[in-house]
Design a protein around this ligand. Structure first.
Ligand code: ZN
Length: 229
């Protein structure tokens, strides 16, 4: 199925995944938000430092992410991965280097896991592709990073859409677990979009429980939120 989608994408002219106008994967206008500088997403999720992020999850970017995740435009992993690399670089720059003598294979990137049902429905794990593209970009720039498939969802988790921040946190509590062997790793945790931060917080909890140190979090985009007053 993946091969078929990839062939279709090669053989048929495609139009911009954001606006549908220009005969390119992503036109300059729609790609621009992904090329912005990294910034802290605010308000920060409770108990976490603000995630580093690049774009606002609105307008064309919502369409682009849906085209990538739901409609098989897998080549979008590259521009999305470039944005994630920008956010990861900011997260790495914000923390001190590990103590001298500590094992230094570079930073470890871990991503928030998708549910197994979502992966099956989509035919691929979209975030994994974005992470791979981000790692390739960072390594090409001389940044020592590796991606580790360290987390998995445990059991069934209801769709987060339409839930309040409190409901999201309750929905996710205990939903993620770390695989063996992550103790002692220094991790930058990544996701595609941060909304309330509940998914990141749950993944951080799982990593810390397993003995990993989460030095920062990074996402491609953040949902714009009004500050509660
Ligand atoms: Zn466009």
């Amino acid at each position: 199925m993946r091969l078929f989608d990839d062939l279709i994408e090669l053989l048929l002219p495609q139009r911009c995944a954001g606006c549908g106008r220009e005969p390119v994967l992503l036109c300059d206008t729609c790609a621009r938000p992904l090329r912005a500088a990294a910034r802290p997403a605010r308000p920060a999720p409770s108990g976490l430092p603000p995630p580093w992020t690049v774009a606002a999850y609105e307008g064309a970017l919502r369409v682009i992410l849906a085209a990538y995740k739901e409609r098989g435009r897998t080549a979008l992993a590259v521009p999305l991965g470039e944005a994630m690399a920008t956010a990861i670089r900011a997260a790495l720059a914000a923390v001190p280097d590990p103590p001298a003598g500590a094992s230094s294979g570079g930073a470890v990137i871990v991503w928030v896991p998708s549910g197994r049902r979502a992966v099956r429905r989509r035919g691929h794990d979209p975030l994994r592709g974005v992470v791979a593209a981000a790692v390739r970009r960072l390594r090409a720039d001389g940044v020592a990073v590796s991606a580790v498939d360290a987390l998995r969802q445990r059991g069934r988790v209801a769709d987060q859409a339409g839930l309040t921040a409190v409901q999201r946190a309750a929905n996710l509590r205990g939903a993620v677990e770390a695989r063996a062997g992550v103790a002692g790793l220094r991790v930058v945790l990544v996701d595609d979009v941060v909304t309330t931060g509940a998914s990141l917080a749950e993944a951080v909890r799982a990593l810390r429980t397993a003995g990993a140190e989460v030095t920062g979090t990074a996402t491609v985009a953040a949902t714009p939120r009004r500050r509660p007053r």
